[in-house]
Design a binder for this molecule. Structure first.
Ligand SMILES: Nc1ncnc2c1ncn2[C@@H]1O[C@H](COP(=O)(O)OP(=O)(O)O)[C@@H](O)[C@H]1O
Ligand SMILES: [Mg+2]
Length: 396
């Protein structure tokens, strides 16, 4: 019997389109002998659709066609089955799924949101759990966790929008302490949205206000000079991890923009069958680092993966000052663009095999988790002192 895999993608996130590209690539590479694939596309307005045609990138050029031919569906727990059911008048059962492969990027989806939904349904899913996914999205909290384990991060300060508007001077003082040049970022977005490189104080307020238009939490980091950016993909769980070959990513400006990441190469990238998403940014594989630094980056990548209790395949990004050779962890991507398949291909793991391993790990973790006790066999209500009624005190 084939394993029924629901591939969830899209959703109300700024990285909606990138997720479509990553998901279509993954669906092309899932072994059709082993898996029955159910594409589950979530539109920007949060409607869930399924249909075989959703595995074809061209359908997304015209949302009206998609809406007309795809089935609106819901995924829920039906007496222990993970049921994908049509919202038509017949309530047709599309499938009872075995596992979900989330290929979503960005906040509102990758940040634990979709994982929380899947936990509630009870369905096994590939990749990091709720907490790991949330930590991976918040550029402040992840740094605090890394710092607590003495993992290297850049100097930074952070604040909420309200604090900035109440006392700009105080915030500017904090930024000056970090020292220019700085990078101003919304704390929980991705794909370089709302990020500005600020050379000196003159550009600071505009940059902060731009970031505030995307997020209520802002992080300002010291810009790493003589910058070399390298990424390492990690596959595993908290128990054991493998690190991939490193890539060195090239940017055309002070930092990698959305343009560099997804649109470089110009026309045809998004629409073409061979579209590579994140895999199209200009890159050098393997990164031009000596063995010692390569090993250091791979070890740090595995440490960072473990620190946040991540699972499946993640990509940990690094910033290196090439003059001082100082290496900093920039951020994890808990569901990396293109699932970073191109790094594993360079590590002698074809994409099909990578997907197989991710699914196997997820099934194993699900079994382990469900062996743990998840409920106590008591009913506190039966012992509840009725005479005190609803006013009785509950200590939780
Ligand atoms: N502290 C920094 N110093 C120098 N460049 C940085 C720094 N932080 C980010 N950048 C540049 O900005 C890009 C986007 O920042 P990143 O934190 O990775 O955000 P995103 O989540 O949007 O990918 C990085 O790929 C890098 O080019
Ligand atoms: Mg990044």
């Amino acid at each position: 019997m084939k394993i029924k895999v629901g591939v969830i993608f899209g959703g109300p996130t700024v990285e909606h389109e990138v997720s479509i590209i990553s998901a279509v690539q993954a669906m092309e590479h899932l072994n059709k002998e082993k898996y029955d694939i159910y594409p589950i596309y979530i539109s920007k307005d949060r409607t869930w659709y399924t249909g075989k045609m959703l595995a074809d990138i061209d359908i997304y050029r015209d949302f009206d066609t998609l809406k007309r031919f795809a089935k609106k569906v819901v995924l829920y727990n039906h007496n222990g089955l993970f049921r994908l059911q049509a919202l038509n008048i017949f309530r047709t059962v599309v499938a009872d799924l075995d596992i979900i492969l989330p290929v979503v990027h960005g906040n509102n989806m990758e940040d634990g949101t979709i994982q929380g939904y899947l936990e509630l349904v009870g369905v096994p899913y590939v990749g990091s759990n709720v907490l790991g996914s949330s930590l991976g999205q918040d550029k402040v909290v992840m740094k605090q966790v890394f710092e607590s384990l003495n993992l290297p991060v850049v100097e930074y300060t952070w604040f909420f929008d309200k604090e900035y508007f109440l006392d700009k001077e105080e915030i500017i003082k904090k930024v000056k302490k970090v020292g220019f040049p700085v990078i101003v970022k919304p704390a929980t977005l991705g794909s370089s949205v709302g990020i500005t490189y600020v050379k000196d104080i003159s550009g600071l307020e505009n940059a902060i206000e731009d970031a505030i238009s995307y997020d209520n939490k802002i992080v300002v980091e010291k810009a790493v000079e003589n910058l070399v950016e390298v990424n390492c993909s990690v596959l595993g769980t908290y128990e054991s991890q493998q690190a991939s070959t490193l890539e060195e990513v090239m940017s055309t400006q002070e930092f990698l923009t959305y343009q560099d990441k997804y649109l470089s190469g110009g026309k045809g990238k998004f629409g073409s069958k061979g579209s590579k998403g994140m895999a199209s940014a200009s890159r050098i594989i393997p990164a031009r680092l000596d063995d010692k630094t390569t090993n250091l980056v791979q070890d740090l990548a595995k440490e960072a993966f473990k620190a946040l209790n991540l699972s499946g395949v993640c990509r940990i990004d690094f910033l290196i000052n090439s003059k001082t050779n100082k290496v900093y962890i920039n951020e994890p991507n808990t569901i990396p663009g293109s699932l970073s398949f191109y790094l594993w291909e360079e590590t002698n793991k074809p994409y099909e095999q990578l997907l197989d391993e991710m699914i196997t790990l997820a099934i194993k973790q699900y079994k382990v988790k469900h062996q743990k006790t998840i409920s106590f066999d008591t009913n506190i209500l039966s012992n509840f002192n009725g005479s005190k009624g609803i006013k009785g005190k509950i200590r939780k």
